[in-house]
Design a protein around this ligand. Sequence first.
Ligand code: URA
Ligand code: CA
Length: 435
Amino acid sequence: MTAPTIERLIEIKRDGGSHTPAEIDQLVLGFASGDVPDYQMSAWLMAAYLNGLDADETVWLTDAMVRSGRVVDLSAIPGVKVDKHSTGGVADTATLVIAPLVAACGVPVAKMSGRGLGHTGGTLDKLESIPGFRVELSADEFIACVRDVGVAVVAQTPEIDPADKKMYALRDVTATVPSIPLIVASIISKKVAGGADAILIDVKVGSGAFMRTLEQARALAAELVRVGHALGRDVACELTDMNQPLGMAVGNALEVAEAIRLLSGQSASHALREVARMSAARLLVMAGKASELDDAAAMVDEALSSGAALEAMRRWFAAQGGDPAVVDDPSLLPRAAMTREVLAERDGYIAGFEAAEVGRAAMLAGAGRRTLDESIDPGAGLVLAVRTGDRVEKGHRVATLHGATADRLDAAEECLTRAIRYAGGPVLSPPLFYD
Ligand code: URA
Ligand code: CA
């Protein structure tokens, strides 16, 4: 039997039909190898966007994407290897806290991460602000680091899920990103190829997030879990609030410093600590270290108060070439040339933030990239001094901006000022977790 033409496959999806696994392989593996041109894949993606994929097709698509490249084999490392993924948000410093916390409790953390573009700022950029830190490890170095130190966070290597890289680039320019089956296949294929057994996915909800409503976020979470299980991985999701930044710092070195302060027991954002604690506890349960969330949370608290988590962070940074002295002295991290205080415009209460705009303000200060080849100022960003619900008086400091030049700070200040909403009377703070 000869394979159908690609044109025929596009026609099937255009007319609302369903594919066989062989057809999906033909399309995805053909596209990854360069045999299927961009214009045909673009047409198929739009047909899939409009007509959807059924439950089986989504699983087959994900599986084909995994097989487009290498799958990291972590089976030589004993125990359940875990990964924590976030669908993106502003000031998601949580990974920097969770990875050493979980490792300190004896569960290996193996995370491959993509490069961030735009306001969200990737985990890799944060780690690269640590002097000497290398995120570009080979797959073998990655495996060795997880085995020897219990934690590694690295850039996704080009041999992992090449189909996703090409498909995502096309989706980005053909208005086909916001499709649940396509998002699920994209995320789960990368996570499966990264080799972890248990994956906790933090689905952000709110103005700073990809899924703006709780209903959309719930639908995405249910599919992530289903497709993960179908591919033999234990996937769990948590839905967390992205209506305001989780931590107080937004920016690379500023967020590393905040993570260090949290693990050393110094003052930290309550929201960041709670979300990191609960996520770490959930990962311990998934890894079989505890059967109840309460017991796992007690282990996490012990790792925090004993200093074990801070020690795990020191070992982790050193293993990836970073200067471990930053853990004892965060002032060794890069710092921006200038700072400026942003003051409250009026008396009242902080009603909320446009989280995406807070992220954009940090990017304008120099913390993010507007284009893929723009360089980052590792010390740039902002530190909020207030959270939703806080009472403020006119002239009270609401944030400090960090940047290289007055122009950068002007742009950041204008953006941040628009991102903060005030109210005359008391305001309730939003929940941290939805589900
Ligand atoms: N994140 C991904 O990795 N893929 C998507 O399609 C959307 C968000
Ligand atoms: Ca992300």
